[in-house]
Design a protein around this ligand. Structure first.
Ligand SMILES: C[S@@+](CC[C@H](N)C(=O)[O-])C[C@H]1O[C@@H](n2cnc3c(N)ncnc32)[C@H](O)[C@@H]1O
Length: 263
C-alpha cells in the first residue's frame, strides 16, 4: 500500500446538522481537504477548515463547459495531493456515493494506483425526502432514475412503486453544460410518463431544506402541469404510486394459497 490515503465523505443536505462526528474526525486528520457543496455550506465549512479547496470553482458558466470535463478535473484535483503522499479528505454535499460520478471514479482510480481509499456514507436528498414527505420506500417499493437517462433510454417503469426522478431541473440537456431546463423538455418527460399515469396523477416537486432556518419545498401538482412549474438544480420529482397491485396467482399457488391470503 502506498503512502497517502483518500477518504471521500458527505456533508449531508442541511448545513451543519447532518455532519457526523466520524466525518469531522476524518476532516481533522486530513492534510488536504477538498469540498463540493453550495456557497453557504462552503463558507460555514471554511470557518473550520480555512485551507479547504473549493471544487465547485471548476464548474463553468451555464451553457459553457461540459460537466464531464469538470468531473475529470475534480477527480484530478483529488488525486494529485494523494499521489504526493498526502492524506486527502474530499467532502461532497449529500451522500458522496449517490448520483455522484467523481467520488466513485476517484476511489476506483486511487485503489487501482495502490492507495487506501474509502467512502463514508452520509445523508442524501432521498433520505430527507422519506422523512419530509412521509413516504416509506418499503411500503410500495422504489424506482429511482436520473431524469434525462430515464427520458432518453427505454427504461422500465413500475407505477405501483414510488418513483423518484433526480435532476429534473436539467432534464433533457444532452450537452451536459446547462444548469436549467426548458418547458418543452419537461413536456417531453411528461409525454413519456403519460404512458403509465393519467394527466391528473399527483406528483411532488421536492427540495429538502439546505439551511436550518428554511422549510422544505413540497409542491403538489397534476402531472400535466409540470411543464409550467419552476425548477432548481436541487429539485427532485417524486411520483407517488398508483396503488394497483395485481396478485401473482402462480406464485401464490406455489405457496399453496389463493389471493384471499393477501387480505
Ligand atoms: C448530482 S445529484 C447529487 C445527489 C447527492 N449526492 C445526494 O446525496 O443527495 C443532484 C440531484 O440530487 C437531488 N438533490 C440535491 N439536493 C437536493 C435537495 N436539497 N432537495 C431535493 N433534492 C436534492 C436533485 O435531484 C439534484 O438534481
Amino acid at each position: 500500500m502506498l503512502r497517502g490515503k483518500l477518504v471521500i465523505t458527505g456533508f449531508g443536505i442541511q448545513l451543519g446538522r447532518h455532519l457526523t462526528r466520524r466525518v469531522e474526525s476524518e476532516l481533522d486528520k486530513a492534510d488536504v481537504v477538498l469540498a463540493m457543496m453550495d456557497d453557504f455550506s462552503l463558507t460555514w465549512l471554511k470557518g473550520k477548515y480555512p485551507a479547504l479547496i473549493d471544487l465547485s470553482l471548476l464548474y463553468g458558466k451555464d451553457g459553457q463547459k461540459d460537466r464531464r470535463q469538470t468531473y475529470r478535473e475534480m477527480e484530478l484535483a483529488i488525486l494529485e495531493p494523494l499521489r504526493a503522499g498526502k492524506n486527502v479528505c474530499a467532502i461532497f454535499y449529500g451522500h458522496p456515493g449517490v448520483f455522484a460520478d467523481v467520488p466513485h471514479a476517484a476511489i476506483k482510480q486511487a485503489r487501482e494506483e495502490g492507495y487506501e481509499a474509502i467512502m463514508e456514507p452520509a445523508i442524501s436528498a432521498d433520505a430527507c425526502l422519506y422523512a419530509d414527505l412521509g413516504l416509506d420506500p418499503g411500503m410500495s417499493g422504489l424506482q429511482s432514475y436520473e431524469a434525462t437517462q430515464f427520458l432518453v433510454y427505454q427504461r422500465p417503469l413500475d407505477p405501483s412503486a414510488l418513483v423518484v426522478l433526480w435532476q429534473i431541473g436539467v432534464v433533457g440537456d444532452l450537452t451536459c453544460t446547462q444548469f436549467h431546463t426548458y418547458s418543452d423538455r419537461v413536456q417531453a418527460l411528461v409525454t413519456k410518463l403519460l404512458r403509465w399515469y393519467e394527466p391528473e396523477h399527483e406528483v411532488i416537486l421536492y427540495e429538502a431544506a439546505v439551511l436550518p432556518i428554511e422549510g422544505h419545498r413540497e409542491e403538489r401538482l397534476p402531472l400535466s402541469e409540470l411543464p409550467n412549474a419552476s425548477f432548481k438544480t436541487i429539485t427532485t420529482l417524486v411520483i407517488p404510486p398508483k396503488l394497483e397491485w395485481l396478485a401473482d396467482h402462480e406464485a401464490l399457488a406455489s405457496l399453496g394459497v389463493t389471493e384471499d391470503a393477501l387480505l
